[in-house]
Write a protein that binds this ligand. Structure first.
Ligand SMILES: NC(=O)c1ccc[n+]([C@@H]2O[C@H](COP(=O)([O-])OP(=O)(O)OC[C@H]3O[C@@H](n4cnc5c(N)ncnc54)[C@H](O)[C@@H]3O)[C@@H](O)[C@H]2O)c1
Length: 324
């Protein structure tokens, strides 16, 4: 299935981040020549330290929203495939600096233009479940109604990326695909308060601190382990059935935040307190994707159970930060 990556030149923007670094690991394993473009705003060089000195790996420290930087990267590496993952993200960060998200529009525009002009074989754009806003119906289907008001700039920027994914395919025949990720989690995910709920819970569990739930715990998320997510990304890029499409990438199984907190406590083996805080302004309450198109067009399934994924992530964090 993945033979096409062998010897191919691949650009991963945001490749020093959580999902991007795991994607880079797999691409290198598959024999691709990978260049990571990352400004290290949330990503870390250490996520890629295993590839230092590998002739099939290059790191370009720079801003994916900057036209001359992209020009240099495209000129030097002539990518066959482009995974555009670099983005300003995280609920708390977006809440504090909403206008900074808009800078990503420059990068999205530039990357689609470069891909068109430099004859890239295909570009994959990482969108988000945030585009649905508070869902009008559940599970959310890609072609169902979207609740656009009131939403934060992050979801609007992701919508623009999806729009260009479609436009460049229809207008210029550039092969594209946009994937709407739901809650991806696993090792290397940011676990500071600016990060995502699984990492934050596991970090607090390691320290024996209470788990903080915003709201009453009845909000739901669809948790996808990073290995399943990366497998779907790699497959979606190579399937013609995904050309010009926007596709949900999830498990299709809603988990309440209350249940997540209880599972995290169980995995840690500690008697952790759960505390309830006011709901955050931009927080969406319910998220469950309809994953039929993912199964049909990409042919993958997110199979790792939440239990397995949490255990693996907790073990990783324990080894990294020292056992508590
Ligand atoms: N993790 C999730 O659950 C989730 C859900 C929905 C969508 N996404 C999307 O998936 C992508 C990857 O997310 P992640 O969870 O790995 O986050 P992350 O913060 O770990 O990774 C993002 C990476 O992009 C880099 N970056 C940010 N802006 C950049 C810029 N202008 N130029 C170059 N590099 C830049 C960061 O330094 C970081 O390495 C993002 O586009 C995000 O919006 C993630």
């Amino acid at each position: 299935m993945f033979e096409a990556y062998k010897g191919a030149s691949v650009l991963v923007t945001g490749g020093a981040g959580f999902i991007g670094s795991h994607l880079t690991d797999r691409l290198i394993e598959l024999g691709a020549k990978v260049v990571v473009l990352d400004d290290l705003s949330t990503g870390k060089r250490e996520n890629l330290s295993q590839h230092e000195g590998n002739p099939n790996f290059a790191f370009a420290h720079g801003n994916a929203n900057d036209w001359p930087t992209l020009d240099r990267v495209f000129d030097t590496h002539k990518p066959d495939y482009v995974f555009h993952l670099g983005a300003f993200c995280g609920v708390k960060r977006v809440e504090e600096r909403p206008l900074d998200v808009l800078k990503d529009i420059d990068g999205i525009r530039a990357i689609f233009e470069f891909c068109k002009d430099r004859k890239v074989k295909k570009i994959l754009y990482s969108s988000s479940s945030e585009v649905y806003g508070e869902p009008i119906s559940l599970p959310t289907h890609e072609h169902g109604p979207i609740n656009v008001s009131p939403r934060d700039p992050y979801s609007l920027v992701k919508m623009l990326g999806e729009n260009l994914t479609h436009h460049y395919y229809e207008q210029y025949g550039l092969k594209t695909v946009a994937l709407r990720f739901f809650n991806v989690y696993g090792p290397r995910q940011e676990s500071s308060p600016y990060g995502f709920v699984v990492g934050i819970f596991l970090d607090r569990a390691l320290k024996g601190e209470p788990l903080h739930i915003f709201g009453d715990g009845s909000a739901t998320r669809d948790f996808v382990f990073y290995k399943d997510n990366v497998n779907t990304i790699l497959t979606a890029m190579l399937k013609d059935t995904t050309d010009g499409q926007t596709i949900n990438v999830g498990k299709g199984i809603p988990t309440t935040i209350q249940e997540l907190a209880e599972r995290v406590a169980a995995v840690s083996g500690k008697d952790l307190k759960i505390e309830y805080l006011p709901v955050r302004k931009m927080e969406i309450k319910y998220r469950t994707p309809d994953v039929q198109r993912m199964h049909e067009l990409i042919g993958t399934k997110a199979e790792t159970t939440l239990e397995e994924g949490l255990r693996e992530t907790y073990e990783y964090m324990k080894n990294k930060h020292g056992a508590a």
